[in-house]
Design a protein around this ligand. Structure first.
Ligand code: DQQ
Length: 530
């Protein structure tokens, strides 16, 4: 199958072969970043889930290590599922993960490194008293999974939260513990949102409202808000909300109930799921990982022998300009891959124009683009838009942006763009979109248009950063206020044939674009020579 050969990425993390899904237990220890991940060692579709393991000095170059944990006990016989790591004040590392038992019951298990002084943390010990948590009697046996990193509350006890549901209400249960082996269930949930269904991979972390520094998971107090994220099993999207955590009552409250978890903001509007952050104590930042799944068929995945990619890790901060969203930005280490740089200043894009930027081998790029529009032109003719539509559909004030992974003849192209429209109430709103409808000549892959609203404040130009890596496009709108990750299956826009264009498909808007483009070298990702 011709479409399968060139989809491997050059600088994103993916195993050599077989199936991968959620990132697990990310942490930094003795100079190394550790990434664990849901991994099927036997085939390119989900099953036999183990914890794959890789280490890196810089979150970009990776060494694969032997599997960290495999299903070898009754309490995880049907899978070593998702979990998180906690680094205790004395340096001890604990992992709590979900085991799918021999009876298909979801339980939480404890594991720890056999030898803390091993920087590679090669060997993991499962606690003999596992499981440490079984589902409370009022929770279904298969609705109890994905424990978070633990944090310390004002009473000095640790807390862990575990996602679940009651009927159609998504919930997050809180447990308290002093030793990670014995737990007490708090008599109310951390948070619940009706209609959102099962919450998978809950993530819960503090965020500073006063500066860009990351916070250790136990931080709370003035100048700190808390982000609660859930991955909705019902629609396979990651949603977050910003709010306040009361550590005495163990209750989190969203700042804006209309933007609550699962009904408001998405972490990413593309193909993205099961994300998880960790506090990088080495660089004082909070780093987010996310799983990019496939949209082709299982048969195609088996043919090509692998499935899934992880995003480039992103630093998460609070957007104190809007006050309503987080910002996500690729870790600075990705810049170490940048090679030759091309710059375009003030390229005038009249309505209906497409401009070839003459970049060859545009399959590995880091692009930074800024679009200036004359907003005085925006008047009552603006279209009312409720969703991103295909880039071919012309409106008064959009779409305009980039065409990435595009071949010479424009037979395959992936537009990443802004669109200015009117909201139902007549106010202006701004959309950030990625259109996959013409990304590939292959069939049997998803061809949706992805996108979401993006805040653009008075006086700001429209800006985007886009990472292109053969079959992955990660797009960051307005400094990372809205992010869209796409898995693309090009057949023509590949290797040296991949090109990059600017476009303005608005009918009534002049746009001036400035673009910086870097080629990115491939990362070294290979087995550790043990
Ligand atoms: N993946 C794991 C579960 C989790 C799901 C199993 C989310 O623990 O709920 O592979 O993708």
């Amino acid at each position: 199958n011709a479409m399968l050969a060139w989809q491997r990425t050059a600088y994103h993390f993916q195993p050599v072969k077989n199936w991968m899904n959620d990132p697990d237990g990310p942490l930094h220890h003795l100079g190394w970043y550790h990434l664990f991940y849901q991994y099927n060692p036997d085939s390119a579709v989900w099953g036999n889930i183990t914890w794959g393991h890789a280490v890196s000095r810089d979150l970009i170059h990776w060494l694969y290590l032997p599997l960290a944990m495999v299903p070898d006990s009754w309490f995880d016989w049907n899978g070593v599922w998702t979990g998180s790591a906690t680094i205790l004040p004395n340096g001890q590392i604990v992992i709590i993960y979900t085991g799918d038992t021999d009876n298909y019951v979801q339980v939480q298990n404890l594991a720890y490194p056999a030898n803390l002084s091993d920087p590679l943390l090669l060997e993991w010990v499962k606690y003999a008293g596992n499981p440490v948590l079984t589902p409370p009697e009022w929770i279904a046996l298969k609705d109890f999974r994905d424990p978070t990193t633990a944090w310390i509350g004002p009473d000095g006890l640790w807390r862990v939260t575990v996602g679940s549901k009651i009927n159609k209400t998504g919930i997050s249960l809180v447990y308290k513990t002093s030793n990670f082996t014995d737990y007490e269930l708090v008599d109310h949930v951390l948070h619940a949102v009706p209609g959102t269904g099962m919450w998978e991979c809950v993530d819960f972390f503090p965020i500073s409202t006063t500066g860009p520094n990351g916070l250790d998971t136990s931080a709370n107090g003035p100048g700190i808000k808390h982000v609660l994220k859930a991955s909705l099993d019902d629609n396979k999207h990651d949603y977050y909300a910003i709010g306040t955590y009361d550590g005495v009552k163990d209750i989190w409250t969203p700042d804006d109930p209309k933007l609550d978890v699962g009904i408001g903001l998405r972490v990413d509007y593309g193909k993205y799921y099961a994300s998880k952050t960790f506090y990088d104590q080495d660089k004082g930042r909070r780093v987010l990982w996310g799983w990019i799944g496939e949209t082709d068929t299982d048969d195609d995945d088996e043919l090509k022998g692998w499935a899934s990619v992880q995003t480039i890790p992103r630093v998460v901060t609070f957007d104190n300009k809007t006050g309503t969203n987080i910002l996500q930005w690729p870790v600075e280490e990705v810049k170490s891959l940048r090679s030759n740089n091309t710059e375009f200043d003030d390229v005038f894009l009249e309505p209906g124009s497409v401009v070839d930027l003459n970049i060859s081998s545009a399959a590995q790029l880091d692009i930074s683009a800024e679009f200036e529009v004359d907003t005085t032109q925006l008047n009552a003719t603006l279209d009312e838009i409720k969703n991103c539509s295909v880039a071919a559909l012309r409106g008064a004030a959009g779409p305009f942006g980039l065409l990435v992974l595009t071949d010479e003849s424009l037979s395959e192209l992936t537009p990443v763009y802004f669109y200015i429209g009117k909201a139902t109430d007549g106010t202006l709103n701004h959309w950030f979109c990625t259109d996959k409808s013409r990304s590939t000549e292959a069939n049997d892959v998803d061809k949706q248009v992805y996108g979401g609203l993006v805040p653009v404040l008075d006086g700001e130009n429209f800006t985007m950063r886009v990472l292109v890596d053969h079959s992955i496009v990660e797009a960051f709108g307005q400094g990372g206020r809205t992010c869209i990750t796409s898995r693309i299956y090009p057949t023509r826009a590949i290797f040296r044939a991949a090109k990059l264009f600017l476009f303005n498909n608005a009918t009534d808007l002049n746009v001036t674009a400035s673009v910086k483009i870097w080629h990115l070298n491939s990362a070294d990702i290979h087995p550790f020579p043990l």
